[in-house]
Ligand binder design. Structure first.
Ligand code: NAG
Ligand code: NAG
Ligand code: NAG
Ligand code: NAG
Ligand code: NAG
Ligand code: NAG
Length: 827
């Protein structure tokens, strides 16, 4: 017995369909019967070309969809058989053409051929050429919408008069390569838009037609060819300050607004769509926490966009520069996990800058001024009380002729003027409301040797003259700085435009401001020089050196800043909030150890000297992504516990630890110890206890567990330095008697008796452990250093080794407390 369905399936197999396919088609009765009719009209009795079969099947699907047969369908069948119709586009055009002739006589073959593109061969080059021309017409849209319009462009291109006859598999590779050429690789701008599309694209799973009737319902006709596919690649993007807020909204590289747009051409050829940023510190001090945001914004933004970031030392003031600052800055950048594309110096460009100055004079846009500082202030409208707003006027030097200015500039260069006797000033706009436009100084005499250019120069360019021009020469696309520089933007642009050079886009974001501390170099210097702190890297300071020494992991700083995001507003953050971010980072990334800060010896009287109980303790209980494993400790009859964990009077409700009548648990030891007595012997205190071993039944749990360390197997720590806030108030600078009066009395206390379990040395050996925080973008590999030996001391806080340690052995070790375990622990 065979059903009609089986019969059809057999027929389709005979014609050439694969058995499986044949069965599948036969299941859809309507399509199968239409296909049967189509086959009956064909000259061919069997096919060895799968593509032809697929087209015939598609034809049946199309008929089914429109609910009627295609008139004069023989023309189509014939064309398929002859290989004249090879693509689904041709097929659907043919269907359209024939449908329009319903009830008329059969069309002429030539008309049919023309309508279906028979005989039109489009080579790859031709296709590329045509597509490229088409993209030119929608250039702006491509640049603004980027890859999100790729699917639309794809279908538009396929509908183009000639292009539509091209083999469909040509389009994707051609479009991909043209998009890459024109707008660069995909970046976060594309990721954002993609997310919204995801659900849609998953519906359009069509490959090339066969058996996918459903595809036809979603996409019109038979023109389905995988367009939505590439949208599934890079699926989810983490929340990131680089793709949201201020940074997310920045212009694309190559779109820097210009006074002279023709300058952009060469620039764009050079940058090739990449982001170029720079981090430009002056090498005259140590970096602080605020700089870490600048570092992250500049290096991170470039990195996020596969661009490049310079570390550029802005060394135009030889008076304040010292080797130690250069080294420290380099080290801090690398500690934060960034690698400069190039390290450059503003002084690398002194020759070019000098030429620019000459050019500016020749353009009559700069002049030599011999005014005293007082006279300059006056002409800039500064009143006696120091405020601006008085009348502004041009000084007599402003109208000197070009020749004179050139000669005088030469004289400046030759050292004929002493410091303060002559400056080169830009001839800007005294009528502008912005003080940055009131003839800023471009060059001044500083008769000092420079550590890089030696005694070559007696004149040095100012920040205002140097910064924008070096940005321009280095082809910076995003000159990112803090909002303090908003007014400078005008002079920045003025100078680039005056010299007709490429004008980078300066954009300003809000800086990070920690409250409860001070950042000013001068103020920190005073703390250091007067001995209030241990140096520039004192762990209580928010210099990056200090934060590093204190044991804060660089990844904690970056995740903190990332969480805050970047806006144009300054971010004022309390130091306690920073600490809490550090705490949660450390919680996930440190092993846990037993440290007893104020030890007291405990003798367990009912255990004899031979008693040994080995206990196994995980370095990090619970989910341990880093698989830190366990260590073993031996519990014997003499241990240390913290003096604060025992009292010799009955406990009140609040006291959960060891007291007469109140046993306590020792972490990971099976049974309680219970208080017997407190003995004072030779100036030493000994706590006598019993070990309450229970032979039967389940022991009742103690109220709490405390950490302990074996007396005969531990390391005596030389110093543990406990840090608290350096200042009493949230705004030390506002103290009426100056910030020094706001110093807290006990911002550092040193404990001299602490003991730590001996297995600490295993942590030392394995450091830097570089433990990973799952799903974090900020798992930064640190290089060896005492600050990377970090751990959580159970019940006490997070600690690291201080650089003052002579070693990590007995009585050598110095520990820093990084942060407490809980926010209010020291209140
Ligand atoms: C089109 O190209 C095919 C092979 O790709 C060739 O067989 C055919 O002759 C060409 N037709 C025309 C009109 O050039
Ligand atoms: C900046 O781009 C120009 C081309 O516009 C190029 O000649 C120059 O070498 C680039 N500068 C640097 C420092 O790479
Ligand atoms: C930074 O914080 C201090 C308080 O510590 C405050 O006086 C100052 O105005 C803040 N700066 C900015 C730019 O908000
Ligand atoms: C920036 O600060 C102003 C007031 O100081 C406030 O009105 C505005 O909402 C802030 N903007 C953002 C993005 O936080
Ligand atoms: C352990 O100590 C608690 C008090 O902290 C006590 O209630 C409990 O009974 C003790 N358990 C044993 C088995 O002694
Ligand atoms: C120095 C030290 O005590 N290391 C030990 C730490 O713990 C592991 C596991 O228990 C031992 O194998 C080490 O010897």
């Amino acid at each position: 017995m065979s059903s009609p369905q089986d019969d059809l399936s057999e027929l389709f197999s005979k014609v050439g369909f694969e058995d499986k396919k044949a069965k599948e088609i036969a299941k859809n009765k309507k399509v199968a019967s239409l296909l049967q009719t189509i086959l009956s009209k064909s000259d061919a009795t069997s096919y060895d070309d799968e593509k032809k079969l697929a087209l015939l099947h598609q034809l049946a699907v199309a008929e089914n969809k429109q609910g009627k047969e295609v008139p004069h369908v023989e023309l189509l069948i014939n064309a398929i058989n002859k290989g004249d119709i090879r693509t689904t586009v041709q097929l659907s055009e043919g269907v359209k053409f024939l449908n329009a002739r319903e009830g008329q006589s059969a069309p002429e073959q030539v008309d049919f051929d023309e309508a279906t593109g028979v005989g039109i061969n489009v080579s790859e080059e031709e296709a590329k050429d045509l597509i490229s021309k088409y993209l030119d017409t929608i250039k702006e849209e491509v640049e603004s919408k980027r890859y999100s319009i790729l699917p639309k462009v794809m279908s538009d291109v396929k509908a183009q008069p000639v292009l539509k006859w091209a083999p469909p598999n040509l389009f994707k590779p051609i479009l991909d390569s043209l998009f890459l050429e024109r707008i660069g690789p995909k970046d976060e701008r594309d990721a954002k838009k993609k997310e919204k599309k995801k659900s849609k694209s998953s519906e359009i799973e069509t490959e090339n037609g066969i058996g996918k009737e459903n595809a036809g319902k979603k996409k019109s006709g038979a023109s389905a060819n995988n367009t939505g596919k590439e949208e599934k690649d890079d699926e989810k993007e983490e929340r990131s300050m680089f793709s949201e807020g201020f940074l997310g909204d920045l212009h694309k590289p190559g779109e820097e607004p210009q006074m002279y747009p023709e300058l952009l051409k060469e620039h764009n050829e050079f940058i090739k769509g990449q982001v170029y940023t720079r981090f430009p510190p002056e090498p005259n001090g140590f970096l602080h926490i605020g700089h870490s945001k600048a570092i992250m914004v500049n290096f991170g933004y470039a990195q996020f966009n596969n661009g490049k970031c310079y570390l550029r030392f802005d060394d135009t003031n030889p008076e304040a520069e010292e080797e130690v600052y250069f080294n420290s800055i380099k080290e801090m950048v690398s500690w934060l996990g960034f690698k400069p594309w190039k390290v450059t110096y503003s002084s690398d460009y002194f020759d070019e800058l000098y030429e620019f100055a000459i050019q500016l004079i020749k353009l009559d846009k700069a002049y030599i001024c011999h005014c005293t500082a007082e006279e300059v202030k006056l002409s800039r409208g500064q009143k006696e009380d120091g405020t601006l707003g008085g009348e502004r006027f041009a000084c007599k030097h402003r109208s000197q002729d070009i020749e004179h200015n050139l000669k005088e500039f030469e004289n400046m260069k030759l050292g004929k003027y002493a410091v303060g006797e002559a400056t080169l000033r830009m001839k800007q706009d005294l009528n502008s409301p912005s003080p940055q436009m009131w003839d800023l100084v471009a060059y001044r005499v500083l008769n000092k040797p420079h550590h890089r250019t030696g005694s070559k120069w007696k004149i040095y360019p100012t920040y205002d003259f140097t910064h924008c021009l070096v940005d321009s020469m280095e082809n910076i696309t995003h000159s990112l700085c803090t909002t303090e520089f908003i007014l400078s933007r005008e002079s920045y642009e003025w100078l680039c435009d005056a010299l007709r050079v490429y004008r980078p886009a300066q954009r300003e974001y809000g800086r990070l401001n920690l409250t409860g501390t001070i950042m000013s170099k001068r103020k920190i210097a005073k703390l250091v020089n007067e001995g209030h702190v241990r140096g520039w890297d004192d762990p209580r300071l928010y210099t990056l050196e200090g934060i590093k020494r204190r044991g804060v992991p660089p990844g904690a700083i970056l995740s903190f800043i990332n969480t805050l995001g970047v806006t144009t507003n300054a971010t004022n953050i309390q130091t306690t909030r920073f600490e809490s971010a550090v705490r949660s980072y450390l919680d996930q990334s440190t092993p846990r150890l037993f440290l007893v800060l104020n030890p007291v010896e405990v003798h367990i009287d009912n255990l004899d000297d031979s008693f040994e109980l080995e206990v196994e303790i995980p370095y990090k209980p619970g989910v341990d992504v880093n698989k830190l494993g366990n260590r073993r400790m031996v519990f014997r009859n003499k241990i240390y516990i913290d003096r604060g964990d025992v009292i010799d009077t009955p406990a009140d409700k609040e006291f959960y630890r060891l007291a007469p009548g109140q046993p306590v648990g020792l972490m990971r030891v099976p049974f309680n110890i219970s208080f017997k007595s407190l003995e004072h012997r030779d100036g030493k205190t000994i706590v006598h206890v019993n070990y309450d071993e229970i032979k039967e039944g389940k022991p009742k749990k103690p109220k709490t567990y405390i950490q302990w360390v074996p007396v005969n197997d531990c390391i005596h720590v030389k110093e543990v330095r406990i840090y608290n806030q350096l200042f009493k108030s949230e705004n030390p600078g506002a103290h009426p008697d100056g910030y020094l009066a706001d110093l807290a009395e006990e911002s550092e206390s040193v404990l001299l008796n602490a003991v730590i379990e001996s297995n600490f040395s295993e942590i030392v050996d394995k450091s830097p452990m570089n433990l990973e925080i799952p799903n974090s973008q900020f798992n930064i590999k640190e290089l060896e250093g005492p600050n990377t030996i970090r751990f959580q001391a159970l019940r006490e806080g997070y600690f690291c080794v201080d650089k003052d340690s002579k070693g990590v052995g007995e009585n050598e070790l110095i520990l820093n407390r990084i942060v407490t375990l809980k926010e209010d622990a020291n209140k």
